[in-house]
Design a protein around this ligand. Structure first.
Ligand code: CO8
Length: 260
């Protein structure tokens, strides 16, 4: 499939989607969201892909939010459709069975922060900036930011960011727990790839179970969450990967997981 607004690559089981509208700081327009959603479908249909990395083209920006020049032309119905399209594709990202890592290489504003928040975790370059500045445009985050940011960093910090629209540095984002690791710009992709390769060696069955269990458990009470975990644990134990993992330990060798 040929893409114009993103670059989609797969190498050694690791897929990378690079948002590629550098002249508009990789802002999300309608066409980009369509392509993004199609690429996620390609990933879901390819059993060989084990990890996804999202990043932005150029040195300045991950994603500078929704495309404001396109947004400004929308009537209420078009805005609602666009918001739904963004929300659906970002939900599709969150619901991928494989882990997704955001490699934030510059501005991650508005929809850009929201895209990164829907990944499983975020690594950022030193020059990265995060923020939900929609309030300064007279709107509110529309791609999940009001829901995912408070779940990750707590209600007070999220409300302060959303009410003020302030932009924070990578170091501040690390401090509030939004970002796992801050890297020198030139080593960001190397660091992300190192972690992606580490994850790719693990069993696909247990990775999928761990991701689903954590995500599903976030929205329920503790007892229900623990029951979700027990069910998933039982299913994992029945897999070939669990047999291979435990046998490899006892035979003092590295496990060779097949993902079944
Ligand atoms: N949309 C469209 N074009 C953009 C965007 C954007 N979000 N951001 C930057 N650009 C363009 C600029 O217009 C400029 O284009 P040109 O060269 O043709 O003038 C080019 O990218 C470079 O930008 P700047 O010259 O502004 O670069 P600076 O380094 O001076 O500033 C900033 C960089 C700080 C990132 C600045 O560009 C900026 O503030 N951008 C907007 C950030 C923003 O407010 N993002 C939030 C958008 S709203 C959103 O994401 C809501 C999501 C939910 C939508 C729900 C749908 C209904």
């Amino acid at each position: 499939m040929a893409y114009e607004n993103i670059i989609f690559q797969v190498e050694d089981g690791i897929a990378t989607i690079t948002f590629n509208r550098p002249k508009a700081l990789n802002a999300l327009n309608d066409s980009l969201l369509t392509e993004f959603s199609q690429a996620l479908d390609e990933i879901s249909g390819n059993e060989d892909i084990r990890v996804l990395i999202l990043t932005g083209s150029g040195e300045k920006s991950f994603v500078a939010g929704a495309d404001i020049s396109e947004l400004a032309t929308f009537n209420a119905l078009q805005a609602k459709r666009f918001s739904k399209k963004g929300r659906d594709s970002i939900s599709k990202l969150q619901e991928l069975s494989i882990p997704a890592i955001a490699a934030v290489n510059g501005f991650a504003l508005g929809g850009g922060s929201e895209m990164a928040l829907a990944c499983d975790f975020i690594y950022a370059s030193e020059n990265a900036n995060f923020g939900l500045p929609e309030i300064t445009l007279g709107i509110i985050p529309g791609f999940g930011g009001t829901q995912r940011l408070p779940r990750l960093v707590g209600m007070g910090i999220a409300k302060e960011m959303i009410f003020t629209g302030k932009i924070i540095s990578a170091a501040e984002a690390r401090e509030i727990g939004m970002v796992n690791k801050v890297c020198a710009s030139e080593s960001l992709m190397e660091e992300v790839l190192k972690t992606a390769k580490n994850i790719a060696l693990k069993g696909k069955v247990s990775l999928r179970a761990a991701k689903q269990t954590i995500n599903n458990g976030m929205n329920v009470d503790l007892l229900t969450g623990l029951n979700i975990e027990s069910d998933a644990f039982g299913l994992c134990m029945a897999s070939q990967d669990a047999k291979e993992g435990t046998t490899a330990f006892l035979e003092k060798r590295k496990a060779n997981f097949k993902g079944t």
